[in-house]
Design a protein around this ligand. Structure first.
Ligand code: SAH
Length: 250
């Protein structure tokens, strides 16, 4: 039997946001591999082996998945959101590139998912309606100075920005520095969306002007969207609508 490796995105949390393509791959899998809370989202069933692991062991997990696929198993590596966005797909390909030649002959497919930024943007309105960028604020895999350079240039380019991994428990001061850097570069009333645990029972969406943002409004389950200079708020009864018009003036 030829093995195969699928790298799948489970979306932001709700079952309704898992694509049918991902559900079909999970239904055929012999093995599911991933960070423990994501593997827990895949129901147990006879014939399925679940392999949960910690969140800092992406390379071990990738090698394990590739080795199982090479033995002929049908392996699904799961990520939250989209597997290509700050997640397992790139880790698996790093392992393929550094690994034995026969891993390159495996049937490897990446199945997209709804990434946190898009789920959050949809809740708030259309803050990413014009040009935008996504930045992983974690400095696990890159120097903090590079994070700050990208922030400054993204503000200069006037992108709306989505921040993943805004605040880690081990280094909470990083997000405080991000907020003070933005305050020095943007107007006080720049809209900021804190979207926590989108599409789960713990979901919380807050829209706050930059001047009133505090670092503790974000945690590791929050994606933060900062509007561009053109992002607007439509006030109404109930939650405001945040959107960025499609065009920029000439
Ligand atoms: N591959 C994932 C991102 C992994 S990085 C994706 O495409 O969404 C982990 C970060 O994603 C978290 O720190 C948080 O910033 C964001 N995130 C993931 N799920 C989320 C959710 N349901 N609500 C808000 N943010 C989420």
């Amino acid at each position: 039997m030829t093995g195969r490796l699928v790298i799948a995105g489970l979306g932001p949390g709700a079952d309704a946001l898992v694509t049918p393509e991902v559900s079909a791959a999970l239904a055929e899998a012999t093995d599911v591999i991933g960070y423990t809370p994501y593997v827990a989202r895949v129901a147990e069933r006879p014939g399925l082996v679940r392999h949960p692991s910690g969140n800092r062991v992406e390379m071990d997990r990738s090698q394990h998945a590739l080795a199982l696929a090479a033995e002929g198993r049908r392996v699904v590596v799961v990520s939250s959101g989209d597997p290509g966005v700050f997640a397992m797909a790139a880790a698996v390909f790093e392992a393929v590139e550094a690994g034995p030649d026969h891993w390159r002959a495996l049937d490897i497919r990446v199945l997209p998912g709804i990434t946190a930024m898009l789920a959050a943007a949809a809740r708030a309105g259309a803050p990413l309606g014009h040009d935008f960028c996504a930045i992983n604020l974690s400095d696990n895999l890159k120097p903090r100075a590079l994070v700050e350079k990208r922030l400054r240039l993204a503000v200069e380019a006037d992108f709306a920005m989505a921040f993943y991994n805004p605040r880690s428990a081990s280094r909470p001061e990083g997000f405080e520095r991000t907020l003070s850097l933005l305050s020095g570069l943007c107007r006080d009333d720049r809209p900021v969306i804190f979207a926590r645990a989108v599409s789960t029972p713990d979901e919380e969406i807050r829209v706050v002007p930059l001047s009133r943002c505090r670092a503790d409004m974000a945690d590791m389950r929050t994606v933060v969207i900062v509007g561009s200079s053109a992002t607007r708020i439509i006030e109404r009864d109930g939650p405001p609508i945040v959107y960025t018009p499609r065009s920029a003036p000439a």
